[in-house]
Design a protein around this ligand. Structure first.
Ligand code: SF4
Length: 218
């Protein structure tokens, strides 16, 4: 996402909803790979909002986070270098150094996916260092299939046809093409039309294809 595109989305959001309490600068890839990542974070801070992100901890200059961030999340699924490489997290040593460094000046939360066989070891490691640790359960939605094909479970049908993200406008998630979503759980947008369309389908006791299997659907 370019800076220009980001500013357009932010201006539109602030115009319609006001200044958000928090802006999470992250998507489906590593956020620090965006050349304007820290410019975006500075902009979030400038407008009076709180920038956050979840990084894989591979960024070489942890001190850059001090300019705009007060807290960040870092993904860490294992402490075993071989296992880390197997899941595409190369250079675990650098990630651990990054955590050590940023946690000296920022509030750090470690995120581990619940399917990681090492999440107990990561939890103990965080406890020793006084770091907050969150184990992320996987969504049971079919559109998570392509990343975690062996772990998708079928969610029971909802009885209330309600979702807190639609009832209370808990968040807005913006896709690279400026598509606006009510949550960050719609990974396959082929069947997605709009927030109003999701609300209408649920009011008609229909499960929108984009929401199928979602654990937030009650
Ligand atoms: S995907 Fe889940 S959280 Fe998002 S709108 Fe649908 S039911 Fe709600």
């Amino acid at each position: 996402m370019t800076m220009e595109h980001y500013l357009k989305i932010m201006d539109s959001h602030v115009h319609r909803y006001g200044i958000p309490a928090q802006v999470s600068l992250q998507g489906e890839g590593e956020p620090t790979l965006n050349h304007d990542f820290f410019n975006m974070a500075a902009h979030v801070r400038r407008i009076g909002s709180e920038p956050t992100t979840i990084t894989n901890g591979s960024y070489k200059y942890p001190e850059h986070f001090a300019q705009s961030f007060k807290k960040i999340g870092i993904s860490l699924d294992t402490l075993d270098p071989a296992e880390a490489s197997r899941v595409g997290r190369h250079n675990l040593a650098r990630v651990l150094e990054f955590i050590e460094s940023v946690s000296s000046f920022l509030e750090v939360t470690i995120f581990t996916v619940a399917i990681s066989p090492s999440f107990h070891a990561v939890a103990a490691w965080c406890q020793q260092r006084g770091l907050k640790h969150i184990v992320q359960p996987l969504q049971s939605k079919p559109d998570y299939n392509y990343r975690y094909p062996q772990h998708v479970v079928v969610h029971p049908r909802p009885s209330l046809y309600q979702c807190a993200y639609l009832q209370q406008d808990l968040m807005r998630y913006y896709a690279i093409d400026s598509g606006e979503f009510p949550c960050c759980f719609i990974k396959d947008a082929r069947h997605y039309v709009s927030i109003a369309d999701l609300k209408q389908q649920l009011a008609n006791k229909q499960i929108p294809a984009s929401c199928s299997g979602c654990k937030e659907l009650k």
